[in-house]
Design a binder for this molecule. Sequence first.
Ligand SMILES: N[C@@H](CCC(=O)N[C@@H](CS)C(=O)NCC(=O)O)C(=O)O
Length: 289
Amino acid sequence: MTYDLVIGDRAYSSWSLRGWLFFDAFGIPVKLHHARLYTDELPTLLKQFFPGKTAPTMRTPDGVVVPETIAIAEELASRHPQAGLWPQDPKARAIARAVAAEMHAGFTALRSHCPMNLRVSYQDCAPPPEVLADLARLETIWAWAQDQTGSQTWLCGAYSAADAFFAPVATRIATYNLPLGPRAMAYVQAHLAHPSFRRWRAMGLVDGADQEFYRRDYPRRPWPGPAPLPARAVEGTQAENATCPYSGKPVTHVLELEGRRFGFCNAFCRDKTVADPEAWPEFMAIYKS
Ligand SMILES: N[C@@H](CCC(=O)N[C@@H](CS)C(=O)NCC(=O)O)C(=O)O
């Protein structure tokens, strides 16, 4: 028995990203159940978990259903005290909880003007004054958390649930090219380079069609996070490896990278690797061998 987690589209569901980070970034195994937003798929899937029908919703190995990201983080922290969801130090932990709670409840102007979309990056989104006020508030509380806890990269020491709560906001700043000072921008860049986030985004780039709701006609720019290695999907099954680096099953789908061919056992695992090869340690192990 393991945890189950219901998530929506990876490219767009900011709350699902938070819920998933509580598992992936802290080494807690989970079985995912995935459904499309704005279709019957998600409410139909959620029926068997939670009548309130929001993603993420977690089910614990003993069958307790927990929606709401704050509750999911707290429940996992209680059940896995060694995983480090919250800082060990009492002061850092209190501050981490405070900023996570504010994120959970606030920043509504930013969230509604700039919905999370991991598939694009725009040059400008003409942020109105309410969005600029939210950004100023973010800079204030991020700097406060780092100063109070003597942290450089993350908010309260090592990467914690508080940082996971802000990951979608960091992506909004990247997607909509929102103005921030250098210190806050360094925090955003740390999120874009975080290994779990890179894996989530790589999957989000390939796990379904674009959702029309998130379309904006602003001019585009390249994604400001780490540039992926230049891989591409190719036809055929010829590859250096006979079995998939993720499942060990026979190769059915192939990518090419720097003139070399590597195989996978399904299109999704090939395509998520094409999207960002370095995000996948199992792939990088065969690539470097
Ligand atoms: N406060 C909730 C928010 C969850 C939420 O609104 N999730 C969205 C997806 S990002 C959802 O399930 N939308 C479907 C719906 O409301 O029908 C949390 O912390 O988990």
